[in-house]
Design a protein around this ligand. Structure first.
Ligand code: ACO
Length: 333
């Protein structure tokens, strides 16, 4: 019988939020919204926002450093970064982050899958470990959404925040705690216009036309996205549980992309989970895109809501459209 592939095992975790906080009351002082509306429709009370001059790489370095410390490592042999808000359109953000973490010469690249980016980056990294290309990979998700949010768009300005999270993956055994399970990933580009930044890419630049008003900002058709998010994350979770050989009641905790508290409740109810099983930090951080999942894992582990031995389902959904899910048993870190 062929030997099983080596697994990618979570060996360290770190998160970093920029210190400045914007509350719902701050937002309601400057736009037509209320604290009550934001809390009822999204579950968010506050979000962290990067100060002027701070870029995605700055947050990534802080989160990456913490994940390396948590793993007891100074270096890895690959850095995979995911973001919707890179420092620049070109080059990728990962090489600069690797260099600032003292890893000049280490291969480093970006993966783009909007809010599903962390799961796509984990899957990519797990594949590199299984193929023997890397033994240790630093996976960083970092977002400065405040750089692309239209401050006048109340449908997005109240939802998004900034932050970064990271994990270290090491080569290990599929049966040990921390080993990532099979990945369920999907995309549907038919709906690419539901979440987009219309200007700044080759489509608009080569059109010969200047950007339309506000086209350099992030646009989201919230109601339609909501429906897709619930359906895709629920299905992906069921498929990932099946692939792991877990009975549905084997799941202890759900770590879902923190897009909206009502989405989390809907997914959790469809999966038949109880009230304390979905992990949540959306109240304090809002939707931080690709960084949502690793920051949620770090905060939940810190607060003791995610414990070693917990059977964990991870799921995300984002622009593209893209989505994914995987499983793991949370390790002792
Ligand atoms: N304050 C007050 N009223 C508001 C606000 C606000 N901030 N925003 C919208 N409204 C109003 C609307 O104008 C509308 O008024 P009307 O009925 O008079 O026309 C009403 O509230 C309802 O608006 P909806 O857009 O239908 O509100 P909804 O309940 O759908 O909430 C939200 C909007 C929060 C954006 C929600 O749709 C959502 O969370 N969508 C999914 C987000 C998501 O999953 N994203 C995917 C990942 S993110 C990524 O990939 C980058």
């Amino acid at each position: 019988m062929a030997a099983p592939h080596p697994a990618a095992v979570v060996a360290g975790i770190g998160a970093w939020l920029p210190p400045d906080v914007v509350t719902n009351h701050d937002l309601s002082a400057r736009m037509d919204t209320t604290d009550a509306w934001i809390r009822q429709r999204t579950g968010i009370r506050r979000r962290h926002i990067a100060s002027p001059g701070t870029a995605a790489s700055d947050l990534a370095v802080e989160a990456g450093r913490r994940a390396l410390e948590s793993a007891g490592l100074r270096t890895v042999d690959m850095v995979v970064l995911t973001t919707t808000t890179p420092d620049k359109p070109c080059p990728a953000t990962a090489p600069a982050v690797a260099a600032r973490l003292g890893m000049e010469g280490v291969p480093a690249f970006d993966v783009a899958a909007v809010c599903s980016g962390f799961l796509y980056a984990l899957a990519t990294s797990a594949g590199l470990i299984a193929a023997g290309t890397a033994d240790h990979v630093l996976v960083i998700a970092t977002e400065v959404y405040s750089a692309i949010i239209d401050p006048a768009d109340r449908g997005t300005a109240v939802v998004f925040g900034d932050g970064a999270g990271a994990v270290v993956l090491r080569r290990g055994d599929p049966d040990e705690w921390g080993a990532l399970g099979a990945f369920v990933l999907g995309s549907d580009g038919v709906h690419e216009d539901l979440i987009q930044v219309p200007a700044g890419g080759s489509r608009q630049r080569k059109s010969g036309l200047p950007p339309g008003p506000g086209d350099e900002f992030f646009r989201m058709r919230g109601k339609e996205v909501f429906r897709h998010a619930v359906q895709r994350m629920t299905t992906a979770c069921r498929q990932a549980t099946l692939a792991a050989g877990w009975e549905p009641d084997r799941v202890d905790r759900l770590a879902a992309h923190q897009a909206n508290a009502r989405i989390l409740t809907a997914v959790s109810e469809r999966l038949g989970l109880a009230g304390d099983q979905p992990l949540s930090n959306i109240e304090q951080v809002g939707n931080i895109g690709a960084a949502s999942l690793p920051v949620l894992l770090a905060h939940s582990a810190e607060r003791g809501e995610l414990k070693p031995g917990h059977h964990l389902l991870l799921t995300a959904f984002g622009g593209g459209l893209t989505w994914g899910a995987t499983t793991l048993v949370w390790p002792q870190l």
